[in-house]
Design a protein around this ligand. Structure first.
Ligand code: ADP
Length: 415
């Protein structure tokens, strides 16, 4: 590979999720991969775009990780740094700022990562928002008792719906807050938010910002999860929506970028529609779904979203997405997230092998296997598998997903 190619440090991306690596290769961008601390990477089986592997312990030794990056940048300069892993967004913003690389800055990263700060900034910019109460810890639970129930209790630094729990009635609030606080203490760090429950269908919006101009690249349907725990289930794009509603979503998402000060890079927004009005749940300053969003946008629009995201990380302008112009959909793409459907030791997962031969299916990404133990909710072990597929229309994707509901079955034995 030519050393003239721009180089990006990619933080905490699993090589089993290939899409961002493929986009880098297509864009002619070399990657220095920082593996997750728990992942062993085989140097002989790295994606072709990966030029090097660098181990950093961001959680254990943040200053050391920054120093290592600074030293590397002095000897072999790289042009950008990015992550698709939400908890690493603030570190990446700080590293980019320190090294003078493109990035969103520490303050915008704080707003995109701490759900309390995000809610405050969105609400004070006048965006549609549920009423909410921010808390430092569980002892303040009573502050949220005056909200309209049901409410949703969330870790301030959560991701993947970890710990997110609905409380139906005020008399459940204390127990739910305690339960979510336990998840915070175990894994996510301090801070909670309680917000009023927004009913209505859920959507994901994939956008690219460049020099403050926001392009909404795709809008997908995410089901209508009702809780009490909010496991992910489906993603089908493009969402079938009246043009006026799409416009309202674009306006709200664009305004959220302004409110949060996110001027450059990819974002993944989740929102619910209530009476045709979009209410943001959250905006992540990264490519969504560990790269799944790149697959979805590419197959909906024919344009390489992740390649443009990586270009922006190096300071180049996007090439496929013209800033400010939302592309028309040319096809449909979907992700079916296989539900755990129980807990215990997995003895078999039926229905996945057949799918690998299905012409509609591009990837079956299996994450849990026979022998693995799935802990009961609210503990989150992960999802058994993703099934990524392409279709002529979103209606066909929906029909396919309906068939998967019965075709895929996870069997358990008690532990
Ligand atoms: P995370 O970053 O952990 O995924 P989110 O804020 O995105 O946390 O919440 C996870 C899921 O919980 C959402 O996708 C949504 O289904 C549900 N949820 C969160 N907040 C609300 C709310 N105020 N009303 C309704 N559902 C919510």
């Amino acid at each position: 590979m030519s050393t003239q190619q721009p180089c990006v440090v990619l933080v905490y991306q699993r090589t089993t999720l290939p899409w961002v690596f493929e986009s880098a290769e297509r864009a002619g961008i070399r990657l220095i991969l920082v593996p997750r601390p728990d992942e062993t990477v085989d140097p002989d089986r790295l994606p072709p775009a990966v030029a090097d592997v660098l181990r950093l312990d961001i959680d254990g030794d943040r200053a050391g990780a920054l120093a290592t990056l600074r030293k590397l940048h002095e000897t072999t300069p790289f042009q950008g740094i990015c992550t698709l892993y939400d908890p690493a967004v603030p570190f990446v913003a700080e590293a980019a700022g320190t090294l003078g690389l493109p990035g969103i800055g520490r303050d915008a990263a704080l707003g995109a990562q701490d759900k309390r700060v995000m809610r405050e900034r969105l609400a004070s910019a006048g965006l549609n928002a549920p009423r909410f109460v921010a808390m430092k810890d569980a002892s303040a639970w009573e502050d949220a008792a005056h909200l309209d129930f049901p409410v949703v209790v969330k870790p301030a630094h959560g991701f993947s719906s970890l710990g997110v729990t609905k409380a139906e009635r005020p008399d459940e609030l204390r127990a739910v807050v305690d339960e979510v606080w336990q998840v915070c203490q175990d894994t996510l760090g301090e801070g909670l938010i309680v917000e009023e429950y927004l009913d209505g269908p859920e959507f994901a919006v994939e956008s690219l910002a460049h020099h403050g101009e926001v392009t909404v690249c795709a809008i997908g349907y995410k089901g209508e999860p009702e809780g009490p725990y909010f496991e992910e289930s489906v993603y089908r794009a493009p969402a079938v929506l009246p043009e006026a509603v799409r416009d309202a979503i674009r306006r709200e998402v664009t305004a959220a970028h302004t409110a949060l000060g996110i001027t450059d890079g990819p974002t993944h927004t989740e929102l619910r529609l209530r009476g045709g009005r979009p209410y943001l749940l959250e905006l992540g300053a990264r490519i969504g779904g560990s790269g799944v969003s790149g697959y979805i946008v590419r197959n909906v629009t024919g344009l390489d979203f992740a390649a443009d995201a990586l270009r922006i990380a190096t300071g180049q302008p996007p090439r496929s997405f013209r800033p400010g112009h939302s592309p028309a959909a040319t096809g449909a793409a979907a992700n079916y997230i296989v539900p755990c459907g129980g807990s215990g030791r997995i003895t078999a997962i039926h229905g996945l092998d057949e799918l690998r031969a299905d012409p509609r299916v591009d990837h079956v990404v299996q994450m849990l296997f026979p022998g693995d133990v799935v802990r009961p909710y609210p503990d989150f072990t992960g999802y058994p598998a993703f099934v990524l597929s392409r279709h002529a229309t979103t209606a066909e994707a929906e029909e396919f997903h309906r068939a998967l509901e019965t075709a895929i079955r996870v069997e358990y034995a008690p532990v």
